[in-house]
Design a protein around this ligand. Structure first.
Ligand code: BGC
Length: 762
């Protein structure tokens, strides 16, 4: 009886299950994947390469059918267990039961929204950024998300590019350090933990260098510049263990990244030894036709898979074309298998073979309300947001404000909970976000008085509004105030007249700093300038609170304002964090991760420009030097700049030796003193200049930084250690070398005002 039952049971189990029984133990990743690959039909293999966006265009039922038939490998944009479970169930009904993964753009938070990446970088605080990565992962994983398309580590030196907001600024070293901690934060102890999500470093490569800052444009760049300035952050993210890479939409020196064998194979896999999965950007394989490198879909698919693009995002070409290409022998079995192996490997690393429901959990544990307030990590969001704010001006100690003051709060972004979260705000909800108005109300707590008037629209330019509103989702539309501008300004002036101080929240709406939102001007729009001008004329102290996702050219605004606080898009707790700084409950400590130019015409302007033969001397006109003659040269605010309510001095830079012997180390010591009566934090920054090399090297390059808290009056000696590896660069032959000769060491509290010493590398 027993044996016949067993026989019956055995007869019922599918071939796949039998194969699974014979499968090598799960602990042996390679053997497990090889074995699985051996069971897969060609169609199932091609199915694994398909990543689709969950959108209303494709009904859920159809998607489940496709999954059950083994024709989809993963999805993105669906992000609750009740949404994802039926899809995973469908995968478990498929012949080989290969689990799906669910991805999402959790870029600066999932439900709790942290400051945009540029704001995170302004904190120069690696612990804070680790917290952002960890918290984002915990919330995303609880939303049944397995993978996030972050961090974005594209170096941006042209703020016209709208996606400047999504990256960590202009500097290679700072961005690389952030890439590491972000990846570690997201992936946690192991990517296979239930509260980890796989990090996908993007956009590989050089997306931030699109010509003219115009999104999706070409990138043309010398190899040394690429290797020295633009590639290291991707490498840092990968070396920190990122499970995957998203491929950029741009071409590089003529060859689109999506078809770029040199980039994807020679550099990424061969030179760097990358072992993870590569994912195309949205629809990028098909775009190879419009790039002008593929005749048709067939050729596009062929180019992409041969280049090493494993998964195609929202693009049907692999499914349509790979069978024919394989049959004709134009794509080999080995090329297909390589891509499939990477996808399976990623699923393995996310722990999904062990438990396909690792992050989905059991139905009885589903949350009642995925938007519940209790899910938010407000304390962490407030703490990080405060650290991301940069005090740019503070004449006559205008700030901090007194809590007993009457404050006129004006400006189109003062009461803008949607905007304060910034672009790519995942599942952040405006009703959870604290606007500046709300933050100030809490802080004043009935002691002082808050008078609010909108004062202006973000812009009154209809063409711009049409563009932004075309781009924005239904509930994101910018709605113009029905009142004429003059009436709005009058209202603001009435509030100002009754107030001790005016706080104007001005800048960009979130859609102005986004994908596909490149600008030709870095100005604050005219409607808001008119408001600032009118407020200035009242003679009341004027505090500008800037909200924006890129450096703005605020040369004129600087003359009008008594204080300026750069707040970027500061997230769910932004309003409280801004109030903390305005009223002095938190002493600002942020430093710019990107240069503020005086005008758009100065772009590109970044601190680590290469040395040239005719540099301008600041403050001296002098013909035949490299400068513009219509306005002062140099940045408005340099990289690394930011004020505090404390004042600091930096002195006594000394080196432990006048030379560095290869294989040894050199110490740079410097004294930082808090000369004020307030405890405060500042960032000591160490720059190095290779004075004479086989190539013109940057005038300075960040090589270390320390964020330190100093008590009122406290003096501290800081030590930085330099070794040969800090002096290395890729020369014209792309050899990574540290060349003998003189190096200058500079330490400052920004990149411009520095102490300098020098040593020889022998
Ligand atoms: C963006 C990517 C993003 C993807 C998925 C694309 O438009 O370029 O950064 O990860 O969409 O949402």
């Amino acid at each position: 009886m027993k044996s016949s039952l067993l026989g019956l049971a055995l007869g019922l189990v599918s071939q796949a299950a039998l194969a699974a029984t014979a499968a090598p133990p799960l602990q042996d990743k390679q053997a497990f994947i090889d074995h699985l690959l051996g069971q897969m039909s060609q169609a199932e293999k091609i199915g694994q390469l398909r990543l689709i966006s969950i959108s209303p265009e494709m009904p859920a039922e159809k998607i489940r059918e496709e999954i059950a038939a083994g024709r989809i490998g993963g999805t993105f944009n669906s992000r609750t267990a009740p949404e994802n479970r039926p899809m995973q169930d469908a995968a478990m009904r498929s012949r080989l039961k290969i689990p799906m993964f669910f991805a999402y753009d959790t870029v600066h938070g999932e439900r709790t929204i942290f400051p945009i990446s540029l704001g995170l970088a302004s904190s120069w605080d690696m612990d804070a950024i680790t917290t952002v990565g960890r918290t984002s992962a915990i919330e995303a994983a609880a939303d049944s998300v397995d993978m996030t398309f972050a961090p974005m580590v594209d170096i941006a030196r042209d703020p016209r590019w709208g996606r400047t907001s999504e990256g960590f600024g202009e500097d290679t070293y700072l961005t690389s350090r952030i890439a590491e901690v972000m990846v570690r934060g997201l992936q946690g102890k192991s990517g296979a933990e239930h509260d980890s999500v796989m990090a996908i470093v993007k956009h590989f490569a050089l997306y931030g260098a699109v010509e003219g800052g115009r999104d999706y444009n070409v990138v043309d760049m010398s190899l040394p510049k690429m290797y020295n300035d633009y590639l290291p952050p991707y490498r840092a993210g990968i070396d920190a263990g990122a499970g995957g890479v998203m491929v950029a939409l741009n071409s590089i020196n003529g060859v689109p990244a999506t078809a770029n064998t040199w980039l994807m194979n020679d550099l990424l896999r061969q030179q760097w030894g990358f072992k993870g999965v590569t994912i195309s950007d949205h629809g990028a394989i098909k775009e190879l036709i419009r790039h002008g490198v593929a005749r048709d879909g067939r050729e596009a698919a062929k180019l992409a898979i041969k280049a090493g693009i494993d998964m195609s995002m929202n693009d049907s070409l692999y499914g349509e074309e790979l069978p024919g290409l394989l049959k004709a022998g134009e794509v080999s079995q080995a090329e297909l298998d390589r891509a499939v192996r990477e996808v399976l490997g990623a699923k393995y690393d996310m722990g999904l073979f062990k438990d396909p429901y690792l992050r989905i959990g059991k139905a009885e544990d589903d949350l009642q309300d995925y938007y519940a307030e209790t899910r938010l990590h407000r304390a962490a969001a407030r703490d990080v947001a405060r650290r991301s704010l940069v005090l740019l001006e503070n004449r006559d100690d205008t700030l901090p404000l007194r809590k007993s003051a009457t404050v006129a709060l004006v400006g189109p972004l003062a009461d803008a909970p949607l905007d304060i979260m910034g672009s790519w705000a995942a599942d952040g909800r405006p009703e959870h976000a604290v606007s500046v108005r709300e933050g100030l109300e809490h802080a004043l707590d009935g002691k002082g008085k808050l008078l609010y008037a909108k004062g202006a629209d973000v812009t009154r330019d209809n063409a711009i509004l049409d563009y932004l509103n075309f781009f924005n989702a239904k509930d994101d539309k910018i709605v113009l105030d029905p009142r004429p501008p003059a009436v709005m300004i009058d209202e603001a002036l009435k509030a100002a007249a009754q107030a001790d101080v005016v706080v104007a929240v001005v800048g960009e709406s979130k859609g102005m700093s986004h994908e596909s939102a490149s600008r030709t001007s870095l100005d604050i729009p005219a409607s808001q300038k008119a408001l600032i001008k009118a407020l200035k004329d009242t003679g009341k102290p004027l505090v500008l609170v800037l909200m924006n996702g890129r450096p703005l050219s605020i040369t004129w605004e600087r003359e009008q304002a008594d204080a300026i606080l750069e707040t970027w898009f500061s997230g769910t707790e932004g309003g409280n964090a801004i109030a903390d700084v305005l009223f002095g409950d938190y002493n600002p400590s942020g430093k710019l991760p990107i240069t503020f130019p005086r005008s758009v015409g100065q772009i590109p302007m970044y601190y680590n420009r290469p040395s040239i033969g005719r540099p301008a001397t600041p403050g001296e006109p002098g013909n035949y030097t490299s400068q513009y003659f219509e306005e002062p040269n140099g940045p408005l605010y340099p990289f690394g700049y930011g004020l505090s309510y404390s004042s600091f001095t930096l002195s006594d830079l000394t080196l432990s030796a006048d030379h560095l012997q290869r294989g040894q180390r050199l110490q740079a010591k410097v004294t930082v003193k808090n000369t004020s009566e307030r405890d405060g934090e500042t960032v000591a920054q160490l720059y190095v200049q290779d004075v004479t090399a086989s190539m013109s090297r940057p005038v300075k390059e960040l090589k270390g930084f320390q964020k330190v808290l100093l008590k009122a009056g406290e003096t501290r000696e800081l030590t930085f250690t330099l070794s040969e590896s800090d002096l290395k660069f890729f020369n014209a032959q792309l050899q990574q070398v540290a060349e003998p000769g003189q190096f200058n060491v500079q330490v400052g509290l920004d990149s411009q005002n520095v102490q300098q010493q020098h040593f020889e590398l022998r």
